[in-house]
Design a protein around this ligand. Structure first.
Ligand SMILES: Cc1ncc(COP(=O)(O)O)c(C=O)c1O
Length: 381
């Protein structure tokens, strides 16, 4: 049997390795508190769960790839309310099966023939944009996110020749893993470059609603969003990771192309999930309480880290804390040391070469578990 060499090249998805290490530690009888994966663990609001139950039909036919119009309307209205940007629910929205599949498959909709076969991604980063690009046959260039640059890529370091070859540029703010937020001027500059050099600016905004002071801007707010593609999801804002419900909003040309591709993929959410999603996009109260819960956990953990002499970098938004590793240790070594005392964090190096020197703590355990982890941390260091 012959499999694509790209599978070997990427190896095991890093978080599968992390999960194995967590299980081994638990098997040794150590109680583990898992801040490793960014898998939200908050209860989904009753009104959303009830909407799923109430929407379950006797017969459940294939959902159509275009998505329910009522859901597209709810998404368009949400974008207008949140960002003050008009979005056409008929032509500019497509509901997706969470955002991961939409991000992974997006490279398949663009022409990646050379010389315009380059996809720019960040490092460290959520690995899916890079993997999607590679499986679609693109060449990938990683742009470092460094603390000195506020964890934004250094756009000036990209040469004019490189821009000419770019088909897609992926950005993700508020950022996983660094928690950094990008100003609107950053999106404006990139959107201008996208028009100038004819590439698509893909903005993964999965954490747009997990903020603690100012509301983060969206790439949708740029003056000319013709080349902008925004991905968002209910997984984080509405604590619905297992429901699989997200969206792509873009210009009509992009959405038309996706409407040609996506019926083959069969990745639209089930209609009972789409119907419950309408309710989730139309309610902000539950999102406010979600933010408050993350804020409480953040305060406990940030204070404990500080008392333990650890420095938190970035981390303005999202439910991640990006923690600088003590001098002389690697991110994997430090994560191992924390794991031995029952605290699971993700080594920054798992998220890219430039993640070395940091570990990522996802504030997904309960508030009570955060309290226990805070006590463990103080004893450890
Ligand atoms: C940066 C980022 N984008 C997208 C996603 C995908 O989320 P979902 O597929 O649940 O919508 C995640 C999930 O962890 C993420 O961290």
């Amino acid at each position: 049997m012959r499999f694509t060499p790209i599978l070997d090249e990427f190896g095991t998805y890093p978080f599968v390795r992390l999960d194995e290490a967590r299980r081994e530690t638990a098997a040794r009888g150590i109680q583990v508190i898992d801040f490793g994966m960014g898998d939200p663990n908050e209860a989904t609001e009753a009104f959303i769960r009830e909407a799923v139950a109430a929407s379950l039909p006797e017969r459940c036919k294939y959902p159509r790839a275009i998505g329910l119009l009522e859901l597209r309307r709810a998404i368009a209205e949400w974008c207008e309310k949140r960002y003050g940007v008009p979005v056409d629910s008929e032509h500019e929205v497509i509901p997706t099966y969470g955002s991961k599949e939409a991000i992974f498959t997006f490279a398949q909709v663009v022409d990646l023939s050379p010389p315009k076969n380059l996809v720019l991604v960040a490092d460290p980063a959520y690995p899916v944009p890079e993997r999607g690009a590679r499986f679609a046959g693109a060449e990938v260039l990683r742009l470092p996110l460094t603390e000195a640059n506020g964890f934004l890529p250094d756009i000036d370091a990209v040469t004019a020749e490189t821009w000419q070859r770019v088909a897609l540029l992926w950005v993700n703010y508020p950022n996983n893993p660094t928690g950094a937020v990008a100003p609107l001027s950053f999106f404006e500059r990139l959107a201008e470059l996208a028009v100038e050099h004819d590439f698509l600016l893909c903005s993964d905004e999965a954490y747009s609603e997990i903020y603690f002071d100012e509301r983060p801007p969206s790439a949708l707010q740029v003056p000319n969003r013709r080349n902008v593609v925004v991905f968002n999801t209910l997984s984080k804002r509405s604590s619905m990771p297992g429901y699989r419900s997200g969206f792509v909003v873009s210009s009509r040309e992009v959405i038309d192309a996706l409407r040609l591709l996506r019926p083959t993929l069969g990745t639209t959410p089930q209609e009972f999930i789409q119907l419950a999603s309408i309710k989730a996009w139309r309610d902000e109260l539950h999102v406010e309480s979600t933010r408050e819960r993350y804020r409480a956990k953040r305060e406990i953990m940030a204070a404990a880290l500080e008392r333990a002499g650890l420095r938190v970098a970035g981390s303005q938004a999202t439910f991640f804390l990006w923690i600088a590793v003590p001098a002389g240790e690697t991110s994997e070594g430090f994560a191992k040391r924390l794991l031995d005392s029952g605290i699971v964090v993700a080594p920054g190096a798992y998220l890219g070469e430039h993640g070395e020197g940091y570990v990522r703590m996802a504030l997904v355990p309960t508030l009570e578990e955060c309290g226990q982890a805070a006590a463990l941390l103080e004893r450890l260091l």
